[in-house]
Write a protein that binds this ligand. Structure first.
Ligand SMILES: *Cc1c(COP(=O)(O)O)cnc(C)c1O
Length: 430
């Protein structure tokens, strides 16, 4: 049976299906995938691509992992789903215990949702409801930094970078939030008071209107793949406390080991009031996210009017998703993932270094299992994508960035092929 190939109807796909951020009038080609296993994505024509994306940060253990498959199949035989209103189940309870165990102590209350964007919506609603419960209705807006990315739904979009998030297109439909300059210091650079002056001024001026600051700790992902000084977060925590503003960390991209720590917040050693996780939560198997709140935030919300947190998705805490998330976290705990991420960090540094010599390259940077080649000009996606596939790798550049975030299980030899392919293709862009 396995050898039987069912040809995917690409013409139908071309005519009827929207892919992420694409035109239906002039769509770029899409590659038909037959299966994926280990670090490989196998196309219908039999070509095996080394996966450099972990399917957008998610597939940290690679594809078709026996332990994750087993977790889902055995859960499916018990139940695939039941509503979460008035009912609960073992996969949700086990996963919540694991999340509370892995995150800093004050974060004690877990709200499950379906996707990263929704977990951000939930975090924003929590922050606004927190102040409303205290009788402060003026604090209903958010402060964030430029170059951020927090998702594609409306509230999430409102805190994305206003330029790359194309706020002008949705003017009037999207809440106008406050934006400070993006953190300027790089990961290893010291951060000064000067570097925080913009966000401090915003807080001074507007704290009576601001419910919370939302930020991706240490790594700004889809908004530019920037790695910034953890000390910025230490000072930001102090500023939030002194101005009476909640701090929300979006760890949807960075969570579960990607930066070399289980959560990026560990680089700074501080605790947010609200934390969003998603993407790698299920090891890339299912769509699931969670918003964790501190005891204080959660209890304040629920002590106000109407005494409830006002959110409840249909597929909240889906048991299949919770079961596989639980297995994925268990798997992380069963081997030395930190050593794997360090090994990948070294391999990415060595492998991407030659890109620096290209005249079209503005910067090469690596943190944990994330490698970034920043170009001076945006890539021609159609051309570059095909070149990369022809070299046997799956990498999806955007704008001026060619970046890698391989599954943690990738072997050095595979990583070498991946980085060599990127360097070769970057060289052709000169
Ligand atoms: C991907 C991402 C989101 C949105 O998650 P979705 O699951 O795509 O809705 C939010 N924040 C960050 C930092 C992300 O990387």
């Amino acid at each position: 049976m396995a050898s039987q190939s069912h040809s995917i109807d690409l013409d139908f796909d071309h005519c009827h299906i929207w892919h992420p951020y694409t035109s239906v009038i002039n769509p770029l080609p899409v590659y038909p995938v037959a299966r994926a296993y280990d670090v490989f994505i196998e196309l219908e024509d039999g070509r095996k691509l080394i996966d450099g994306m972990s399917s957008w940060w998610a597939a940290i253990h690679g594809y078709n992992h026996p332990a994750l498959n087993e977790a889902m199949v055995s859960q499916m035989h018990r139940m695939s789903h039941v509503m979460f209103g008035g009912l609960t189940h073992e996969p949700a309870v086990t996963l919540a215990k694991q999340l509370i165990g892995l995150t800093p102590q004050p974060l004690q209350k877990v709200f499950f949702s379906d996707s990263g964007s929704v977990s951000v919506e939930v975090a924003i609603k929590m922050a606004i409801q927190y102040w409303a419960a205290l009788g402060v209705t003026s604090k209903n807006r958010l402060l964030t930094v430029r170059s951020g990315y927090h998702g594609d739904t409306f509230a999430a979009m409102s805190v994305c970078d206003p330029v790359t998030g194309m706020h002008s297109m949705f003017k009037g439909a999207i809440t106008e939030q406050f934006f400070a300059e993006a953190p300027a210091r790089r990961f290893h650079e010291p951060c000064t008071e000067e570097d925080l002056s913009d966000i401090r001024i915003m807080l001074e001026r507007h704290h009576l209107e601001i419910a919370g600051v939302i930020i991706e700790p240490v790594v700004q992902g889809a908004g530019g793949m920037r790695f910034y000084a953890p000390h910025y977060l230490v000072r930001l925590r102090e500023l939030c406390d002194s101005f009476g503003v909640l701090l929300i960390f979006d760890e949807i991209a960075t969570g579960f080991g990607r930066t070399g720590r289980m959560f990026a917040l560990e680089h700074a050693g501080i605790v947010p009031d609200i934390l969003c996780v998603g993407k790698a939560l299920t090891g890339g198997y299912m769509t699931l996210a969670a918003t964790l709140a501190s005891e204080r935030v959660a209890e304040t919300i629920c002590s106000g009017n109407p005494g409830l947190f006002m959110h409840g998705p249909t597929f909240m805490a889906n048991p299949l998703a919770c079961a596989v998330a639980s297995a994925s976290i268990h798997l992380l705990g069963s081997y030395d993932w930190q050593a794997s991420v360090l090994r990948l960090e070294a391999g990415l540094r060595k492998g991407l270094e030659p890109c620096r010599e290209s005249r079209c390259v503005a910067d090469v940077r690596v943190l944990g299992a994330i490698g970034v080649v920043e170009l001076y000009r945006p890539v021609d996606m159609g051309v570059v994508q095909k070149q990369l596939v022809d070299k046997g790798v799956w990498v999806r550049p955007f704008s001026r960035l060619v970046y890698l975030m391989p599954p943690f299980i990738m072997l050095d030899e595979e990583l070498g092929k991946l980085t060599a392919a990127v360097c070769d293709v970057v060289k052709t862009m000169e």
